[in-house]
Write a protein that binds this ligand. Structure first.
Ligand code: C2E
Ligand code: MG
Ligand code: MG
Ligand code: MG
Length: 288
């Protein structure tokens, strides 16, 4: 019986491997097709200035709906794009599309655009040239662009590679492009390392926004951590952005802690370019 069960487990295991491999292959094929057939779109989520309620910038977020299927979330397909080597072409497409769509927003409203950049893009020596070329082709001024890089991608490389990535960012920043550390607090960068990084903006991961317990208020321990991260950003003279702000109470709390910008469902969800254009031309919608 034991032998039979063991054999069964092996069968289940290999079946699962086989189906995972099929999922992977199908996703890669789907991503390739999307690149060829214009199958991606960008949504944009406003970054709101807490002091005024004004939209200061937007983050471009990639959306993919394979024909006849439901949308696939980026957390599900970006890692596969990275593994398969497709992230280079996808990242180029995202950067070009975002800069193209954002140019009138910047010209008319001073709204900047943030683009997520994956680890393999940063490790590509040609990345700075790509950025320069896209800015040139689209006419977006460098100061209107922010590149978002996760803390993990900055740290999870060899030391030599990290040095090269930093050198690339230094170069890009000299043109006036800003750099943001995304998902801050979820990686393992030491504070001394953080101080050396060529960054302008600290995006606090939503894991550090305290749960809003309504009348029960915020847990003091949660508050201590949030305040510590906001203060860290301020002491390094970085702009702090809080991600995942879902309630009025959280917005008020962050305002009190002197966090400059927020992003979250309480203010706006990511939306198509056309909807965003209407938000930007409309009145200041939500004063915090
Ligand atoms: P991220 O860069 O940290 O983007 C923020 C994510 O939080 C987005 O998820 C956004 O929709 C979500 N979000 C915003 N406000 C709230 C809120 O109030 N509550 C909650 N629960 N979530 C909120 P999304 O669009 O699913 O993207 C997930 C991740 O996928 C992004 O995290 C980013 O790491 C990656 N990603 C998205 N687009 C791109 C891209 O063009 N290139 C690369 N390399 N990565 C991308
Ligand atoms: Mg981001
Ligand atoms: Mg983030
Ligand atoms: Mg993220």
């Amino acid at each position: 019986a034991a032998k039979g069960a063991g054999k069964n487990q092996v069968t289940v295991y290999t079946d699962r491997l086989r189906s995972e491999r099929q999922d992977y292959a199908q996703t890669v094929a789907g991503l390739r097709r999307a690149l060829k057939d214009d199958g991606f779109v960008l949504h944009y989520q406003p970054l709101v200035e807490l002091a005024t309620g004004a939209v200061r910038g937007v983050e471009a977020l990639l959306r993919w709906t394979p024909p006849g299927q439901r949308p696939v979330p980026p957390d599900a397909f970006i890692p596969i794009a990275e593994q398969s080597g497709l992230i280079g072409a996808i990242g180029d497409w995202v950067l070009r599309r975002a800069c193209t769509e954002a140019r009138p927003w910047y010209e008319q409203h001073g709204t900047t655009v943030s683009v997520n950049v994956a680890g393999p893009q940063l490790r590509d020596p040609g990345f700075p040239d790509t950025v320069l070329q896209v800015l040139h082709d689209t006419g977006l001024p460098p100061r209107a662009l922010t590149l978002e890089i996760t803390e993990t991608d900055l740290v999870a490389t060899t030391m030599a590679e990290a040095d090269e990535v930093v050198a690339r960012l230094v170069k890009i920043r000299e043109w006036g492009v800003r750099v943001a550390i995304d998902d801050f607090g979820t990686g393992y960068s030491s504070l001394s390392y953080l101080r050396q990084l060529p960054v302008d903006i600290l995006k606090i991961d939503r894991a550090f926004i305290p749960p809003d317990r309504g009348d029960a208020g915020f847990r003091p321990d949660d508050l201590t951590l949030t305040r510590a991260i906001v203060d860290l950003g301020a002491s390094l003279r970085l702009t702090t952005v809080a991600e995942g702000v879902e309630t009025a109470g959280q917005a008020e709390l962050l305002r009190r802690l002197n966090c400059s910008l927020v992003q979250g469902y309480h203010f706006y969800r990511p939306m198509p370019a056309l909807e965003l254009a209407a938000v930007l031309t409309g009145p200041v919608a939500v004063a915090a």
